[in-house]
Design a protein around this ligand. Structure first.
Ligand SMILES: O=P(O)(O)OC[C@H]1O[C@H](O[C@H]2O[C@H](CO)[C@@H](O)[C@H](O)[C@H]2O)[C@H](O)[C@@H](O)[C@@H]1O
Ligand SMILES: O=c1ccn([C@@H]2O[C@H](COP(=O)(O)OP(=O)(O)O)[C@@H](O)[C@H]2O)c(=O)[nH]1
Length: 480
């Protein structure tokens, strides 16, 4: 089997804290362990200047290669174009998107640099898998450096509707860059449709069949690969967690009251201010629940140097204070708002204790928390998931209570419905969601993508089939 070269903004180099590595990190590491290869990206650290050479950590057959970013690159590429332009735009927040030529130049500069630095680590027979919006131009840069290898790209965020994308001054180059890859994967049909619309209506490209598009003189395989979770680990962690530690302590503080839970990075796309408004409406419209139910919102700080992320923090602190001041009592606090980060194993226990999981992003690529909440439930007494229709996860978890997060009264009604729902209905809804979570595991997601990517021949395989005079038409996916 040929080696894999993974490129992503962040790299999870195994270390003393590897037990806390995220699901995606583990899934990619497993793939790399089995076929060998390289994982290249930002170290997560900043320095005065961007490092000249990557730091290399060799673990078994895997080379982890990371670069520290200089402050200018970090500000313009990560805080700037990636998180102040592409992130809001891809999450339909044109009002928050900033178009700065300096940041755009920084984004291109870092992608060019990453391409130059990863180039020497690529072997003749490797397949390359690039992740997420930070790295869209990387494939094009690698092609410019003469890399003809099979290259796949996976977008973890939504891909915006064409009319939204057109607001980005550099939309044309961005989409052309996506077409430098052989395989482009999306979370949902919606995202794929938006990409195809752009190719057909804006880029003068064409749809050749269900998965193949022709644009910018190339053929691109496009497909939906919804990301999954490590369901077994989450289930086991939830079972263990309720017997011990934090979940046990949390249960004691509840005094038999019901718990509703939200867990999100502190990000405006997650819709937490709207969620708090919905919770306030719930307390107003369903007074019987006052004193009987609490909501715990865990929102670890994220991208804190980006101004929009600071603003949302101020908003939430104000809202939480108002709700607790207005509705709380000496022996009951309606809303627990924590900006602390918890290990996933601990969250599993919290999820299992919670009668309602509240996942109401205004827009989300997938939202793994929704799937983790489902996987953590006790099959006999499952909780209810209230899920935004604008999360990618809503496509699969369609027996959750699907809500429009902008409609606060409707979300309040769903919270009430979740609390009063019969055990029979809870089980039915949960079983259907759990079947989907089981079916589409993280491993399944990874293998589906890699199967398509591996069907694209490497330059070495092409050469040897040319040598034997047997080059087949099917090998022309990489270039029209
Ligand atoms: O690396 P950060 O800037 O701290 O951000 C964390 C990650 O956030 C985004 O996650 C997305 O990927 C998830 C898994 O596919 C998906 O469920 C979620 O809907 C997305 O928002 C981002 O896309 C990642 O690159 C970041 O690492
Ligand atoms: O305190 C926390 C909060 C979140 N998470 C994890 O962070 C991931 C968030 O992924 P999701 O797809 O929901 O959203 P993203 O943050 O990637 O946009 C999930 O695996 C959560 O369990 C965590 O480990 N600790």
């Amino acid at each position: 089997m040929s080696r894999l070269v993974v490129v992503s903004n962040r790299v999870a180099v195994p270390d003393a804290q590897s037990a806390t590595a995220g699901g995606l990190a583990v899934a990619l590491r497993d793939a790399l362990q089995s076929c060998g290869g390289v994982w290249f990206g930002w170290s997560g650290k900043t320095a005065a200047q961007t490092a000249e050479t990557p730091s290399i950590t060799e673990i078994g057959p895997v080379t982890y290669a990371t670069l520290d970013l200089g402050r200018k690159d970090y500000n313009e590429y990560y805080n700037g174009f990636a998180n102040r332009t592409l992130w809001p735009l891809f999450h339909y927040r044109l009002d928050l998107a900033e178009f700065s030529h300096e940041n755009y130049a920084g984004y291109l500069r870092v992608n060019t640099l990453f391409a130059e630095k990863v180039r020497p680590l690529i072997g003749d027979d490797d397949h390359i898998w690039v992740h997420d919006y930070h790295m869209i131009p990387l494939g094009r840069e690698l092609r410019a450096l003469g890399i003809e290898h099979p290259m796949g790209f996976y977008l973890h965020t939504p891909f915006p509707a064409m009319e939204v994308l057109l607001a980005l001054p550099s939309h044309a180059l961005l989409v052309e860059s996506l077409c430098a890859y052989d395989v482009v994967g999306f979370q949902t049909e919606n995202d794929l449709r938006a990409f195809r619309d752009y190719i057909v209506h804006e880029a003068n490209g064409e749809e050749l069949d269900a998965t193949t598009m022709r644009a910018y003189g190339r053929l691109v395989h496009t497909e939906v690969f919804p990301i999954g979770i490590e369901r077994g680990q989450m289930e086991a962690a939830a079972e263990r967690a309720v017997e011990q530690g934090a979940a046990r302590r949390l249960e004691r503080t509840l005094h038999n009251r019901s718990l509703m839970i939200g867990v999100d990075r502190l990000d405006y796309s997650k819709g937490i201010p709207d969620r708090f408004k919905s919770f306030e409406r719930f307390l107003e419209l369903y007074p019987a629940h006052r004193g009987q139910v609490s909501m715990m919102q865990i929102a670890p700080l994220s991208r804190s140097e980006v101004p929009e992320y600071k603003n949302i923090r101020d908003t939430l602190e104000g809202q939480a204070g108002y709700i607790n001041g207005r509705y709380g009592d000496f022996d009951w606090m309606p809303l627990h708002y924590l900006t602390k980060n918890f290990q996933r194993e601990t969250l599993a226990g919290f999820f299992r204790l919670s009668r309602v999981g509240v996942v109401t992003p205004l827009r989300d690529g997938m939202n793994l928390v929704a799937k983790e909440y489902v996987a953590s439930q006790d099959p006999q007494y499952p909780g209810v998931l209230v899920l935004s229709r604008f999360a990618g996860a809503a496509r699969e978890l369609d027996t959750a209570l699907l809500v429009n997060p902008y409609d606060h009264d409707a979300v309040a009604a769903a919270l009430n419905q979740g609390l009063v729902m019969s055990l029979e209905e809870r089980r039915e809804r949960w079983q259907s969601m759990m079947a989907k979570v089981r079916e589409n595991s993280l491993e399944h997601w990874r293998e589906r993508f890699l199967k398509v990517l591996r069907a694209v021949p490497t330059p070495m395989a092409l050469q040897s089939s040319r040598d034997t005079g047997a080059a087949s038409k099917a090998t022309s996916v990489a270039g029209a």
